[in-house]
Design a protein around this ligand. Structure first.
Ligand SMILES: C[S@@+](CC[C@H](N)C(=O)[O-])C[C@H]1O[C@@H](n2cnc3c(N)ncnc32)[C@H](O)[C@@H]1O
Length: 326
């Protein structure tokens, strides 16, 4: 899925840099992707490292990661999908609160798609005892629903009229990845808390770099994933979320400093760009106190249609690398 801050396009730069600093042979290394998001970086490393640790504080991300990094065989998928296709549409939480037909005035999905999401989500719950299958079905639903959402790709607001993609009938496509053959650990925690309990060789850090809270911008994916009967309120129906310290100018630096200080990893690789809340020199000065520091940068064009009258803007992506002392 298109994901805010996704590193899909920057993977060659990230992998080249990690190769430069940690070598090409990572098979005996413990690699941790502690702000894993859509899982793009974890997926790129899942066959190359010794142990893979992935984490994100958002539950939808945890679901995507559990599916992408599955270590157990996936059995009964075709049968489950066939059975789910027979589910009759249901006027459940998503229809009642997030489609116009529900009467709450929110237009995140067409009425039909919202009822299908409710039916599929309720059907998926019957597979909860089989973790591999359950997370595969749930991740597939998150992706399928996201494709037909009536938003400008994030859920901070819905569009007034149904856009063409949102008028399409939801297609439930199984999202299947190859079984991961190395040990993996997947967490759904605040990275600054988890960092006290994990250790290893390479810690890849990709925190948010601006004020956009993921819990607010992807609230509906959490609601579909959790389906916990909460009552949406307000114009957007956003659910309560935990704010990330990395998204606030006042706290971002302290959160990052704490992470670097607590990290029990040999090499830290931090993705950040020149538009982030913490200036590049400030990150450098802080990191230098903890070991040998090196900066890698990569320039790329970003198209910002609204904010800058259709001009192409250059963004500099940084990788701050720290070989931690002691
Ligand atoms: C820039 S995105 C990561 C993108 C990811 N590398 C990818 O390619 O998809 C930042 C992620 O950090 C997560 N996040 C923000 N604050 C966090 C925290 N304190 N602990 C754990 N995850 C956090 C967000 O939910 C979001 O998924």
């Amino acid at each position: 899925m298109y994901y805010l801050g996704s590193k899909v396009k920057l993977l060659p730069f990230i992998q080249r840099t990690i190769c430069d600093v940690a070598g090409i042979h990572l098979r005996d290394k413990v690699f941790c992707d502690i702000f894993a998001g859509s899982g793009a970086v974890s997926l790129a490393y899942k066959n190359d490292v010794g142990v893979l640790i992935a984490n994100d504080m958002e539950y939808y991300s945890y679901v995507l990661l559990r599916n992408a990094l599955r270590t157990k065989p996936l059995e009964g998928l075709d049968e489950a999908v066939k059975k789910l296709f027979t589910c009759k549409s249901v006027k459940g939480t998503i229809f009642k609160s997030y489609a116009l037909g529900g009467g709450e005035g929110r237009n995140y999905f067409s009425d039909e798609n919202a009822k299908t999401i409710d039916a599929l989500r309720q059907g998926i719950e019957t597979y909860a005892s089989d973790e591999a299958l359950y997370f595969c079905l749930l991740a597939s639903l998150i992706e399928s629903a996201h494709r037909v959402s009536n938003t400008a790709s994030i859920y901070g607001a819905f569009l007034k009229d149904l856009k063409p993609l949102a008028q399409k009938v939801l297609e439930f496509k199984p999202l299947v990845y190859e079984q991961t053959l190395i040990p993996t650990q997947v967490y759904c925690e605040d990275a600054n808390v988890l960092i006290e309990r994990v250790e290893g060789d390479i810690l890849y850090l990709d925190p948010p770099y601006n004020h956009r809270q993921y819990g607010a911008n992807y609230h509906l994916l959490n609601t579909i994933a959790r389906y916990d009967g909460f009552t949406p309120k307000g114009k957007t129906g956003v659910r309560a979320y935990v704010s990330s310290r990395y998204c606030k100018a006042k706290t971002a630096f302290f959160a990052l400093e704490e992470m670097v200080r607590k990290a029990q990893f040999k090499t830290l690789v931090l993705s950040y760009n020149n538009e982030g809340l913490i200036p590049q020199e400030v990150v450098r000065e802080m990191m230098k106190k903890y070991g040998r520091y090196e900066l890698f940068s990569h320039e790329h064009q970003r198209f910002k249609a609204h904010a800058h009258h259709g001009k192409n803007l250059k963004t500099i992506e940084f990788l701050h690398v720290l070989e931690k002392k002691g």
